[in-house]
Design a protein. Structure first.
Length: 257
């Protein structure tokens, strides 16, 4: 995909209607995506929900490639939440198998394209085969300096905050840290996203208008972009529209310009 100034604009009916100029000097540094709507996409086609998750894999490939082409620095994908364990056992098993499949199939291409894979969340509770595949991907790509892809696995925003509080309490208890030293910057050092800037743009397809326990601390000043499109139908053109809409907004972070 070319990174020149001419990009596609998608209207409210999800149709390519015109060309607009994408300001390459005002791209979001960090994009977060809640990959939602796989199950409903499948049900609409009278297919099992697992077929929707498999279709969603193809979308991940295209969005990672586009972000990489646009020189976006960070992409965080909400893949499996702490609440997703409540889903049927068969669906959970299929999701885990798809994760292994995706990493095995794509990791060499991702590595070739200088993509670095990272995870946030408690992956220790995932099946051993999944953990091993993740560790292999992390090791292979750890020195890459292109697009940084965060995969949120067994992740929950509240769980992340409680975890950070517990660590801080232990450090205070052991005398390693004084309560007076704790501020936002110190607190952020104990989040899964340590060293990663907060998202500039959150994208959620599928028509839902909530953030579902995703990056609660980090999204204090994130710009939100919602769409009725199910994740398997989400394309690079939709991503570009989200970025174009983001560029039209004035970010004041509580101040006045």
């Amino acid at each position: 995909m070319s990174t020149d100034q001419n990009k596609f604009f998608i209207n409210e009916n999800s149709q390519i209607s015109d060309k607009v100029s994408l300001d390459m000097s005002n791209l979001p540094e960090h994009i977060a995506i809640i990959m939602d709507g796989n199950g409903r996409w499948a049900q609409k086609r009278k297919l099992p929900r697992t077929a929707g998750h498999k279709a969603g894999i193809e979308t991940i490939r295209e969005i990672i490639r586009t972000c990489s082409d646009l020189k976006i620095k960070y992409l965080t994908l909400y893949a499996f939440s702490t609440e997703n364990w409540q889903r049927p056992e068969g669906e959970i098993s299929a999701l885990m198998q798809l994760l292994v499949y995706y990493l095995r199939k794509e990791i060499n291409e991702l590595h070739k394209n200088n993509v670095r894979i990272h995870t946030i969340g408690d992956i220790s509770k995932l099946p051993q085969a999944v953990i091993e595949e993740i560790q292999s991907a992390l090791k292979l790509t750890q020195h890459n300096n292109g697009l940084f892809v965060n995969i949120a696995l067994n992740y929950g925003g509240r769980d992340e905050i409680v975890r950070a509080v517990k660590i801080l309490c232990e450090k205070v208890k052991e005398g390693e840290l004084d309560v007076s030293q704790i501020d936002e910057k110190v607190f952020e050092q104990y989040l899964y996203t340590k060293g990663i800037p907060s998202p500039d743009l959150l994208i959620r397809p599928s028509g839902e208008l909530r953030i579902s326990n995703f990056l609660l601390w980090q999204m204090a000043y994130t710009e939100f972009w919602f769409s009725n499109i199910y994740w398997p139908d989400f394309t690079k053109e939709h991503l570009i529209q989200a970025i174009c809409d983001y560029q039209k907004r004035e970010r004041r972070f509580g101040g006045v310009k």
